[in-house]
Design a protein around this ligand. Structure first.
Ligand code: SF4
Length: 265
């Protein structure tokens, strides 16, 4: 009689604060934890650096997994249509499928960093019957403040891109707000230019394919000062400078849109 394979415990590091804090939180609770990072090939340099730092901190390999094909391959497969919140083929092909391949047919418990203070989110979690999902922060009642404390107490702190962007994920992610596109322009002008190249104008139909709704990156760039000026207004319209990092910590912008669980937690 063959002995059944033991259940695997998997935790995906996205490069975001919540999955990082979860990895720290679970490190001693589940010593057999396997960590992985699904690299889309379009990650921010800050994210890659943060994953390296996490690996040192955890003292265990974070397995880099990928789809074997890049974003451009899947874009061609989708008739050159950019992904969007409604057509999230990028998440499925570059994040979800590589994770399911990594899990294989093993019995798996997947640990996800959804916090107790977040609304219910369907997200893009695997529906494979061999994969069970656990949400330790929610089970233990941990909210954003606790997550920030875990990161600060570990010495890792917040990933560096939080100075100008509120989530991890691809540099061209369509979930970015306009101020974050400006952040990309200012911190990684070459990546901003690279993102522009994906946008298209179909002369026959007059249709535009842009990352950001109703506005091309050229147009966003032209409105740079206006966008920045708007962002420095606090919600009560007082003229007070506020960095994106402060906004994240103040909890007024983080859950305003439905980012993807795999890419950005
Ligand atoms: S980060 Fe954004 S662009 Fe990248 S795979 Fe996730 S949803 Fe798609």
């Amino acid at each position: 009689m063959t002995t059944p394979k033991p259940t695997r415990h998997l935790l995906g590091i996205s490069g975001g604060k919540d999955s990082a804090a979860l990895a720290i939180y679970m490190r001693d609770k589940v010593p057999e934890m396997e960590y992985f990072f699904a690299d889309t090939g379009a990650e921010l340099p800050e994210t890659l650096k943060f994953v390296d730092l996490m690996e040192d901190y955890l003292g265990k390999e974070i397995v880099r997994i990928n789809a074997g094909r890049d974003f451009d391959f899947y874009m061609k497969l989708h008739n050159n249509y950019l992904p969007s919140a409604q057509q999230r083929w990028c998440t499925i092909n570059l994040k979800l499928k590589p994770f399911e391949d990594f899990a294989g047919n093993d019995e798996v418990i997947q640990y996800v960093g959804i916090r107790a203070d977040e609304p219910e989110r369907a997200g893009y979690l695997s529906s494979k019957p061999t994969i069970t999902t656990r949400l330790p922060f929610r089970e233990d009642g941990l909210a954003k403040e606790d997550i920030i404390n875990i990161l600060n107490e570990s010495g890792l702190g917040m990933p560096k891109y939080y100075e100008w962007r509120s989530r991890s994920g691809c540099y061209f992610c369509f979930f970015q707000r306009k101020i974050e596109w400006i952040g990309l322009l200012e911190h990684h002008p070459k990546l901003f230019e690279a993102a522009k190249k994906y946008e298209k104008f179909d002369e026959k139909t007059g249709k535009r394919f842009t990352w950001s709704e109703r506005e091309s990156l050229d147009e966003i760039e032209a409105r740079k000062d206006e966008i920045k000026a708007k962002f420095t207004l606090t919600p009560n319209k007082e003229k007070k400078k506020k960095t994106l990092m402060q906004a994240v910590l103040e909890n007024d912008d983080d859950d305003e849109y439905d980012g993807c669980l795999i890419c950005m937690l």
